[in-house]
Design a protein around this ligand. Structure first.
Ligand code: ZN
Length: 330
């Protein structure tokens, strides 16, 4: 993932990180990457690994890589809660991990700065000699998704960000700048803390910043869900224009999960309501896959990722070990 983030910095764009749980999601995201010529981060949460029984997800990701040799792909663990989870993911073949030390292992209780620092350093000590990219988090987002989140917002403190990056030498830092996990983030459209992003980026310009909770919860997709019998009321997200406004200030990875879930659910509901006689799963999984692919392709264009796949020299974990050694980070 470090390779993708460095390329994004050079090209002044952001790379979407899309969550997956099953084959159709992975196929949809890869189709979108192919169509738009985009590098891509595919990420799986602990919930996804559990749902797919680990091994299934591993081989789906390997299939994505084998089928798309021209697309640079990072396989990333989303919200790792402990060193044990990180080890599990790396052993499975993930090339990048997030350790969310902003929360305790229960993924709910906020930690102290020191506790976060300690667990992140342990992860760096384990991951870096293996060439694996590390993302950490400072500050806490609002909202809860996949059981992750304290539900409270603590914006990232720039002084702490400087100290944290100096002491851990992480590749990427997830920052709390006013976004929130899930589909029911806000009552009103949110205001991102633009000055805060600028300040953090000014102080740690070499660290890629990551935005979690960055789904836009598009009204047209929510409307489809509700039109065909769903009940998503007052769902609101972060407008793409707000996300685009922070990309010039070091935001290189943008996590998107909720929007894909809504696209899939709407497409399936539509088939069920319009053609209740259908019972072949392919009759609704294919439209769901198409809807997700369309959504992701648009995100890739909006984030500026489109067209950059060919510029990136793909690197193996062994290449990355050499990279870190050359940087004096190993
Ligand atoms: Zn997150």
């Amino acid at each position: 993932m470090r390779v993708l983030l460095d390329a994004a910095k050079k090209g002044s764009y952001a790379v979407g990180a899309y969550n997956v749980n099953n084959m159709e999601q992975i196929q949809a995201i890869m189709a979108a990457a192919r169509e738009t010529g985009s590098p891509v981060i595919i990420q799986a949460s602990r919930g996804a690994l559990k749902y797919s029984n680990f091994t299934y997800l591993k081989y789906l990701m390997l299939a994505a890589a084998e089928e798309n040799p021209d697309i640079p792909i990072a396989m990333h663990l989303d919200h790792g809660n402990s060193i044990e989870t990180v080890k599990e993911a790396v052993e499975l073949g993930f090339t990048s991990v997030m350790i969310d030390g902003s929360l305790k292992e229960d993924s709910k209780t906020p930690t102290t700065f020191q506790e976060n620092l300690d667990v992140t350093r342990r992860v760096i000590d384990y991951a870096r000699p293996r060439g694996v990219t590390v993302e950490a988090e400072l500050g806490t987002l609002g909202g809860i998704e996949d059981g992750v989140g304290s539900g409270k917002i603590h914006l990232t403190d720039p002084d702490q960000a400087v100290e944290f990056v100096e002491k851990t030498q992480i590749d990427a830092l997830a920052v709390a700048i006013g976004t929130s996990h899930g589909a029911y983030k806000f009552k009103e459209e949110p205001k991102l803390a633009l000055d805060l992003v600028k300040e953090i980026n000014r102080r740690i310009p070499d660290t890629a910043l990551v935005m979690h909770g960055s789904s836009s919860v598009p009204k047209e997709l929510v409307d489809i869900v509700n039109k065909y019998g769903g009940n998503m009321q007052n769902a609101k997200g972060v407008p793409m224009s707000a996300i685009q406004s922070v990309i010039p200030f070091g935001v290189r990875k943008v996590n998107i999960d909720t929007d894909g879930r809504i696209a899939i659910t709407g497409a399936i509901r539509k088939v069920f309501v319009e053609t209740p006689e259908k019972f072949d799963p392919r009759d609704y999984m294919k439209p769901a896959r198409d809807a997700l692919g369309k959504l992701v392709a648009q995100k890739m264009r909006d984030l500026g990722t489109a067209g950059h796949a060919g510029e990136i020299a793909q690197k193996s974990l062994a290449d990355m070990q050499a990279f870190y050694r050359a940087q004096g980070l190993l």
